[in-house]
Design a binder for this molecule. Structure first.
Ligand code: ADP
Ligand code: MG
Length: 568
């Protein structure tokens, strides 16, 4: 066995960088958080080539003198904690003292910083962890950190970076999340010299959320505050129709720190149970404040994950607050809206009652009167509705069960792919404001969307104008339709557009659009519609699965039944 050696400082920093700095967005996060900790009021982020070429973060915070600036790039160098106990009363976002050292180890880094506009500042240049020069800079109060050629000396890392557009999307997401954390700070983001975000300081979280999500969304969000013991929650949660097919735009802040936390997320979903349709996701922004001694932020080098000392009380607190604020309120609204009408008493759950079931026939009797085969259409008396989802069709040799939503999704999906949708021109073209990444991906794919019945044009400043919609769609859900297809396009934005990639993109879009319409699905179908649906389904390229791969039709043959009952 070779003898053991202590790794040299530089190698240690490269290894540490592996954990802290995954991609340009991680650099942006660390630099913004340093700027926030430095008491800045305004933070500007500039990016070139998705951050691969350049990331520059400028702040107007306290700045550093020369000695501190030199120390800041050392590992375990921090001004934020000095003893163990400090870890349990953290007021700053940083505390591990490794971000700048890690960034310095894997890039060409310049720090320009100063503590007063009447004194010369300091400029330090470092490449791959080696200091190249230290000199005076023009006077300034604040700090400008420039990171060029990220991972230039760690090619294996560089290979993991994705397309510029994808990296940029992560950067946008990071800036948005930091901006939501503190509404009093002003943020700007420029990418390739274009302004993507301009978020001046505002007076309350609601205004910041409006800046980020737009008016449409905030109008459909419930806002509430609640306090218990030493915890407070201030939350914004969207209600129908402002729901999404994916978990996008869900932000959690614990003591102003953006985190991912399964406990809080689950508490929100559980709190909404009963009013959240299956497969739908709310947008939310949750600000939780908790005594810092009851939460451990030092769980992961990126500080995104946390651990509560008593997670079940946090869960209960959040769930109850959400339930009280959203569910109970919604029930009151529903009741008022429906008065004494029967609508209110309709079953809500998917496993509703059996609407029609012939209980007098024996199993064999049922099959004897069955008259259709898979390829021929069932007649009225051979069709029954089971709950809100299933349609059972009797056939000579068994039972055919159709999931009507999955079937509908498959049929719509094929229509989209074949360009067979009929666009409906809106009487008044509608403007929709989108987040920067979604805005870009939607405009980049205008032609494909047009083929699918959505005629969209650029209206400038993050807004698009929609002129046509595929038939069946409700123009009031435009915001959520565009958000969903925008995120689909964003995730399939990798690489260049080969024919195969365009087809994949179309498939993903068709699935998303199909899902949008059919999932709403408590729509009642009559027998004629069931027959049409079934016959269209049989014509599909794969009649047996929805675009997401779930079954549309399941057959239980008479033989299988006989086996189940021990008769074969
Ligand atoms: P940490 O944030 O965990 O302390 P960093 O490596 O990110 O570690 O930064 C090291 C130190 O450099 C910080 O503790 C802070 O004192 C100083 N520093 C970093 N960025 C800035 C900035 N933008 N303005 C002022 N001081 C900064
Ligand atoms: Mg830091």
């Amino acid at each position: 066995m070779p003898s053991i050696q202590i790794l040299p400082e530089h190698l240690r920093n490269v290894i540490a960088a592996g954990e802290v700095i995954e991609r340009p967005a991680s650099v942006v996060k660390e630099l913004i958080e340093n700027a926030i900790d430095a008491g800045s009021r305004n933070i500007t982020v500039e990016i070139l080539y998705g951050g691969k070429k350049l990331i520059k973060v400028s702040d107007d915070g306290c700045g550093m003198d020369r000695d501190d600036a030199l120390l800041s790039i050392e590992r375990y160098a921090t001004s934020k904690i000095s003893k163990i106990e400090d870890l349990f009363k953290l007021k700053t976002l940083g505390f591990r003292g490794e971000a700048l050292a890690s960034i310095a180890a894997v890039s060409r880094l310049t720090i320009e910083t100063g503590i007063d506009t009447s004194l010369p500042g300091t400029l330090i240049e470092i490449a791959g962890g080696e200091i190249e020069s230290i000199r005076d800079a023009p006077p300034l109060k604040g700090t400008i950190v420039t990171v060029r050629d990220l991972f230039f000396n760690t090619p294996a890392r560089r290979k993991f970076l994705r397309a510029n557009s994808t990296e940029l999307n992560h950067v946008i997401e990071t800036v948005i999340s930091e901006a939501l954390a503190d509404f009093k700070l002003g943020f700007k983001l420029f990418a390739d010299n274009t302004e993507l975000l301009f978020l001046p300081s505002v007076y309350e979280p609601r205004e910041r959320i409006t800046q980020v999500f737009g008016m449409e969304s905030i109008e459909h969000m419930d806002e509430f505050e609640h306090e218990f013991d030493d915890m407070t929650i201030h939350a914004f949660i969207s209600r129908p129709p402002e729901l999404r097919a994916k978990k996008t735009n869900q932000y959690i802040f614990v003591n102003q720190r953006p985190v991912r936390d399964p406990v809080i997320t689950k508490a929100v979903y559980d709190g909404l149970s009963g009013i959240l349709p299956e497969g739908k996701h709310p947008l939310f922004v949750i600000y939780l404040k908790i005594n810092p001694s009851k939460v451990d932020f030092n769980v992961h080098p990126t500080k995104r994950e946390i651990r509560f000392s008593d997670s079940s009380s946090v869960y209960e607190f959040v769930r109850n607050a959400v339930e009280n604020a959203c569910v109970k309120k919604l029930k009151v609204i529903q009741f008022e809206a429906s008065g004494s009408s029967d609508r209110f008493h309709e079953p809500i759950s998917a496993s509703g009652p059996i609407y029609a079931y012939n209980t007098t026939d024996s199993a064999h009797g049922l099959f004897e009167r069955a008259s259709c085969y898979e390829t021929s259409l069932p007649s009225e008396r051979d069709i029954i509705f089971l709950g809100e989802i299933f349609i059972i069709m009797f056939q000579k040799d068994g039972l055919l069960i159709m999931d009507k939503h999955a079937a509908h999704e498959r049929v719509l999906y094929e229509r989209y792919l074949k360009g067979e949708v009929i666009p409906k021109r809106l009487l008044f073209p509608k403007q929709v404001r989108l987040q920067p990444a979604l805005y870009r991906s939607i405009l980049d794919n205008k032609e494909i969307l047009n083929e699918m019945g959505l005629e969209i044009e650029d209206f400038g400043s993050g807004t698009v104008i929609v002129r046509t919609l595929p038939e069946f769609y409700d123009e009031n859900s435009l915001q959520s339709i565009l958000d969903d297809i925008g995120s689909v396009l964003k995730t399939s934005a990798e690489g260049m557009d080969s024919e195969e990639e365009i087809f994949d993109k179309k498939k993903a879009l068709a699935a998303s659009l199909a899902c949008h319409k059919s999932i709403r699905g408590r729509d009642f179908l009559n027998i004629e519609e069931v027959k049409t649906l079934y016959s269209e389904l049989l014509k599909a390229s794969d009649p047996y699965h929805c675009p997401h791969g779930r079954p549309t039709l399941i057959k239980i043959t008479l033989n299988e039944l006989l086996k189940m009952f021990g008769r074969l």
